[in-house]
Structure formats: C-alpha cells, structure tokens
Unconditional design. Structure first.
Length: 606
C-alpha cells in the first residue's frame, strides 16, 4: 500500500474513530445509569447533564444569530386540529400525522394538506366524520390559507398518517397519495380544483400499516413511481392493554412498543404508463421485509445519475439500496452494511442535502431517545481524502463533531430538513421532537419536548438557537410531522410543524437576511412533469452548491418541490447547471438574484 494512502487512512481513523468510541461510551454510560435503579427516571428534555448532553454543546448569543421565526398560525387561517379524540395507548395513534406541501392549483403558491387520525385504533371504534377529516388549505398569495377540503373532495376519513404530492399521470397537476393504518388512498387531480379517488383504478392500494411515501422516477421512463413504507403488523388484543414493558426505567404499555409486533414488507409501485401500477418491491429487492419502516428518500447517493433509496427503520437496520436499473434490469443492490449508514437504532425521519458543499448527498437521520441523531457525511467526495479516488459508497457519522449528536440524546426526533434560512450560503437545520413516553400523571397524554432549530456557523458546526430564534418551537409539545416552504415568495423559507392531538404551527421566517437568494422551479414536458430527481448546481465565485429535487422526505410529510439557494453577498447568482432526469444537461448564466426562475425542459426518454 502506498505511504500516502496509509497516512490518509491513519488520519481518518484518528479523526473519526475517536469520536465513534466516545459516542459509544456515552451511550453505554447512559444505559448503565438509567438501569442502575428501577426508579431512575429519563432525563428531562433539554437538561444539560454533565458528561452527557453538555460535552459537545455549542452556544451562540442572541445578538450574533440572524434567524427569527414567529407563529402566524391564527392570522393565516389554519384551524386544523389533529386527532380530535382521546388516545388509547395504541401504537398507530402515536406515530403521526404529517403535512404535505404542494402547489395543487398551479398558481405559483404552495398549498398545505394536513393528514388526520379520525378515531381510536380499536376494532369497531367510530370515526369522527365531522372534525376528524384531513384538510386541504389553498394558499391565497401568501396572505392567508383557505380551507377548500369540501370543495376539493379530499376530506380523508380514517387512520391517516402520511401524504405525498406527485403528478403520476403526467397531466401537469399534482395528485395526492395518503397513507394510513388501514387502506391508503390516491386522489387524482382533475385540474379544476377537485379530486377523485383513483386508488382502485390505478391498482395502487395498500391496506397495511403504512407510514411514509415517496414519489420518484427510479427507472427513468418518464412516469412517477411510488415507494410506500409499511411499519409493523399491529394487532389489537384486549389482554395486551394490561401488559407493560420497561423502557429506560419507565413502564410503557405493550401496545406502544414496536418490538411487540413483526415487521411488514414495503411496496414499490411501478408506474405502467397507462394509469396503473404494479408492486415490484420483491422483484426489485427493496421490500425490506425485516425493516420496520417509517420514512424513505429517493436520492442519487453515488452520483451515477440514477436515484437510490434510503429507508429509515425503527428498531431494525436501516436500508441503503443502490439503483442498478442502468444495467437494464429492474434491480437494486442492498449495500447498507458496507456503507456504514444502516445501523440498528430507532430511526424516524430523513433530511437529505449536500450540507458540506462537496457535491454528494449527505443524510440526517432522527432517532429515539438516548440514541443521538446521525449526520451521515457522504465520503464519496471528501476534501480530506482528495488524493484518494473513492469508488465505493460509504458514510461517516459526523453528528457529534458538528454539534448535532449529544445535544439530541434526551430528545425523540421526527421530521427534519436542511435549509438556508438566512441566505448566507450555508444550510441550517430544523428537527421536530416529541416523546413517545406517556405522562406519569395522565396516561392519556404524551410527554412534550422542545423542537430544535440549528444555525450553521460553517467550520464551527451547528448551534441550537431555538430558545431565542424560534420560541414557539422551544415550547415543549408532542410534535411529529413538518415541512418547509416559502409561503409568501419573499425568499425566506418558512416552516409548518404538526402537533399530535393539537393544532399545527405555521412559523414565518422573519430573519435578517445575511445575503441574497435564488428560487428555481423546474418543469418538464414529456413525463415526470415536476422533474423529480433533477440535480441543480449553482456556482457563485469559488463555491458550488448542489440541490436535488424531491430528495428529502422529512417524516410522514413533504417539503415544497422548489429549489432554494442562499448566495450570500453575491449580487449575481453565477453559473447554473441542471442535470435533468432524462440525462440532459443545461447550463445557464444567472445575472439577477432575489428571484424565482421557472425553467422548462422537453424531456426525451428511451
């Protein structure tokens, strides 16, 4: 082996290995401390425990942080309320629900669809058909949201969990898939503000315990396909209600523990191009029958131009499936173990982005309490290994070094996303938190936790600024889903966060911008009309940023399908290169910043 390669690997081991050992020791210490006494309680969320959550915690002052968010839920007209019934300590009731952001009426403003859970998950329980429906809110030019559920015909009633917008019939408007504990549903957009149930016609039904759903054109034929995560084979038995299991020195109902139930296989619905789908998950090798799946993201992990699949699984190994369809076969390769990004933890949400601007996709995975969120840095291209050509895909968990690991030990993470909130050219991060533990004083209620807003300080990593930058997020609550969107097209990306058994929170971004911005909306003719899977590289000065449309799936939710770049103090955006899903490459010179560009492409598929 050349000396250069030996030295580089030695430095990498010193850089990364020490942190891995340290993190493992911390987790072992936590478990030991909590197991020491049967009456020991779980540390309160947000507590700085010496030697645990405070070791790598970073800090910033109010005056140096430009981020600011305010609660505008009421003034924007959002009256939706999740799960308007008392919970019964059953697993399906506690994991959701989410929100999907998408421009269903093509007016340029992103609308919101909130998923609801209409009743208790006990056999024969009555569903609340009046206040328990899902709700669709039309964005009225960024000033207000109008509830159009009834006129649109999308008032889903059932045990709803997740939702995803996608133009499956390539007619130019967004259709909507809703997942549930029980029958899922596909709403076909009629183009006149109304939808119809197309589930049976499209042959895309799944009646299992479905969670996240993600659209993509994985086989590059111009038609959108759909991956549906199925969780566990939950079965209600009266006797189980009185059984408990120990979780971190607390007694929790048997019916809330995912380890009490076997996993269910996932579905990959391949679009036949005629309005129907076939489930090809088993044949393609992505059914993941041992995974208790909650979220999945389609993204090109190895930079070969084909979207791969990352699946976040609860109390089971995550999955990394490389797309091998370029070889002419309907096939994915399971490379999870080799990539070091498929460990066994309680994984819930996924955020995908090139946070370090090295032109490969990185992954933020949210986890259960005492397991730390993971920031998997993609090592396909890495400045510290520039002398070594990497041919194999692998990741390194860099969460601790960048301030995102230990600080999440006492939290349960769900939805998450990367976004440049202050337009300084660096991606910030938001994470939705909420416990799965019941309150000791009231077993009908879950424990609240603060959610997290992290400001990116470049080489110094991330710092939690929630308390003064986003006070509504800092207030403890039981939250699950969430999405990012620019509600009023002002170049500052806003947030919507879902609260379990309560109203969502609309957070308007009122930050003092640190720079300029560019929004890009892609449209294709000839299939895959929203250009899901397209990559956009923006070069400003010596920095190139990369974003991939539709890559990040949050948790039971969907961000708006618009690419947003912060460009700092650049007065011109620079050079833009678009890698379209059909393999075509476009280049543009952008002379004007602070605008939304709509770029069209006539796709040609083999």
């Amino acid at each position: 082996m050349p000396r250069l390669r030996q030295d580089k690997r030695r430095r990498l081991l010193l850089r990364w290995g020490g942190l891995s050992i340290g993190v493992t020791a911390v987790i072992v210490f936590i478990v030991a401390m909590l197991a020491r006494s049967p009456t020991q309680s779980v540390p309160a969320a947000g507590a700085n425990i010496d030697g645990l959550t405070s070791v790598l915690r970073q800090s910033a002052t109010d005056s140096e942080v430009p981020l600011r968010f305010v609660d505008v839920t009421s003034e924007m007209g959002i009256t939706f309320r999740h799960m308007p019934i008392a919970r019964k300590s059953l697993l399906p009731e506690d994991i959701g629900s989410g929100v999907a952001a998408g421009d269903f009426d093509n007016d340029g403003y992103t609308d919101l669809f909130f998923v609801n859970f209409s009743g208790n998950a006990t056999p024969g329980a009555a569903l609340d058909r009046k206040t328990g429906t899902a709700q669709l809110y039309r964005n009225d030019h960024g000033k207000h949201f109008e509830n159009v559920t009834a006129s649109a015909g999308v008032g889903f009633i059932g045990y709803g969990l997740g939702a995803a917008w996608g133009d499956y019939d390539s007619d130019g408007d967004l259709d909507l898939y809703v997942t549930a504990f029980g029958p899922n549903i596909l709403y076909e957009n009629q183009g006149d503000g109304t939808f119809r149930d197309a589930t049976e016609k499209a042959m895309i039904q799944d009646t299992r315990f479905s969670a996240g759903a993600s659209w993509s054109d994985f086989d590059r034929d111009g038609d959108l396909d759909l991956y549906v995560c199925n969780y566990v084979a939950f079965e209600y038995r009266e006797d189980d209600q009185h059984s408990t299991v120990a979780q971190y020195a607390t007694e929790q109902p048997y019916t809330l523990n995912p380890s009490s139930y076997p996993a269910q296989s996932n579905a990959l619905f391949r679009n036949n191009g005629d309005g129907t789908f076939d489930d090809v998950a088993m044949d393609a090798g992505v059914a993941d029958p041992r995974g208790k799946s909650l979220s999945a993201s389609w993204t090109d992990l190895n930079n070969d131009g084909w979207v791969d699949l990352y699946v976040a699984n609860d109390v089971s190994n995550n999955a990394v499936f490389l797309n091998r369809c370029a070889d002419g076969a309907l096939l994915f390769e399971d490379v999870g173990a080799a990539t070091l990004a498929a460990d066994y933890r309680g994984a819930m949400g996924i955020a995908v982005a090139d946070f370090d601007n090295d032109l490969d996709q990185d992954l933020l995975i949210t986890h259960w309490i005492a397991q730390e969120n993971a920031l998997y840095r993609n090592m396909l291209i890495d400045n510290d290994m520039s002398e070594i050509k990497n041919t194999n895909l692998w990741f390194m968990d860099d969460a601790d070094r960048l301030g995102l690991g230990q600080v999440s030990l006492d939290l349960v993470g769900w939805a998450a996303g990367f976004c440049d909130f202050d337009n300084d050219g660096r991606l910030d991060l938001w994470v939705v938190n909420g416990s799965t533990m019941e309150q000791s004083s009231d077993r009908l209620r879950l424990q609240g936790q603060p959610s997290s807003l992290y400001w990116n300080r470049g080489q110094r990593g991330y710092v939690d600024v929630t308390e003064f930058a986003a006070p509504p997020m800092h207030e403890p609550a039981v939250r699950r889903g969430g999405a990012q969107l620019d509600i009023d097209l002002d170049g500052l990306v806003d947030l919507v966060i879902c609260k379990h058994s309560g109203r969502p929170t609309i957070l308007r971004n009122t930050s003092t911008p640190s720079g300029n911005w560019l929004r890009i909306r892609l449209e294709q003719h000839g299939g895959n009309t929203a250009a899901l899977g397209a990559r956009v590289n923006l070069t400003t000065g010596s920095v190139t940023q990369m974003a991939e449309l539709g890559a990040s799936s949050s948790y039971l939710s969907q961000d708006e399908q618009i690419i947003h770049f912060g460009v700092g103090n650049a007065s011109t955006a620079g050079d833009l290169r678009i890698y379209w899903p059909d393999g075509h490459i476009d280049s543009h010179t952008i002379d004007t910043v602070n605008q939304t560009l709509c770029i069209e492409h006539a796709a040609i598929y083999d």
